[in-house]
Ligand binder design. Structure first.
Ligand SMILES: [Zn+2]
Length: 183
C-alpha cells in the first residue's frame, strides 16, 4: 500500500515538475467551447492581464470567479469560450481557459501567437499576492519547458498592445521588472 502510494506520488511529481498547479477546465467545472481554432506552438509572446473583477484567495472562490468570467465572455460577449489562455488566482492556482494550443480572445493582433494570462482581481493600486505572482512565473516557465512558449519569448502587458489600462498600473510596473519584458 505504502509502496503504491509512493509510486503514484513519484509519477504525479514527474508529470507536474516545473509547473504550477493547473486545474483543467473540466476540473474546475468550466464550460466546453462552442468553437475552437488551433494555435501553432511555440508562441513568441506572453500577454499579462488582470480581470478587473473580484479577488479570490481560496479555490472555491476562484472557481466561482472563473465561472462568472467565462459566462460573461460567452453569454455577453458571444465568444466561443473564456477569452484568456489561463486565469490565475491569489490562491496560487492556475485555472485553464483556452489552454496552450487554442487561439484566444484577449489581445487583438496577438491572439494567434500569444498565451494570455489573467490574474483574477484589480491591480491598479496593489500587486497580486506572492502566490499569484509565483504561479504566473511558474506557468510561463512551464510553457517554455513543455514547448508551448518560445524560450526567447517576449513578455508584454495588455496595455502594450491595446488601448487599455490592463493589467493595472501597479501590476504593470511590476511586470516591467520581470524577465523578457519588452513594451
Ligand atoms: Zn487585459
Amino acid at each position: 500500500m505504502a509502496l503504491h502510494l509512493a509510486t503514484l506520488l513519484a509519477a504525479v511529481c514527474a508529470v507536474t515538475h516545473g509547473c504550477p498547479t493547473i486545474l483543467s477546465k473540466s476540473q474546475w467545472g468550466g464550460r466546453s467551447p462552442t468553437c475552437r481554432t488551433g494555435m501553432a506552438k511555440p508562441v513568441p509572446y506572453v500577454i499579462i492581464h488582470h480581470t478587473e473583477g473580484s479577488h479570490c484567495t481560496t479555490r472555491s472562490a476562484c472557481i466561482s470567479q472563473a465561472k462568472s468570467i467565462q459566462n460573461y465572455h460567452m453569454n455577453s460577449n458571444g465568444w466561443c469560450d473564456i477569452g484568456y489562455s489561463f486565469l490565475v488566482g491569489e490562491d496560487g492556482t492556475v485555472y485553464e481557459g483556452r489552454g496552450w494550443t487554442t487561439v484566444g480572445a484577449h489581445a487583438p493582433n496577438y491572439n494567434t501567437n500569444s498565451i494570455g494570462i489573467s490574474v483574477m482581481g484589480s491591480f491598479t493600486s496593489k500587486n497580486p499576492n506572492s502566490a499569484a505572482q509565483n504561479a504566473v512565473k511558474s506557468l510561463i516557465s512551464c510553457g517554455v519547458s513543455k514547448g508551448y512558449i518560445k524560450s526567447e519569448y517576449i513578455l508584454k502587458g495588455h496595455r502594450n498592445v491595446t488601448a487599455t489600462d490592463c493589467p493595472g498600473n501597479s501590476f504593470y510596473n511590476l511586470i516591467k521588472t520581470w524577465a523578457k519584458f519588452k513594451a
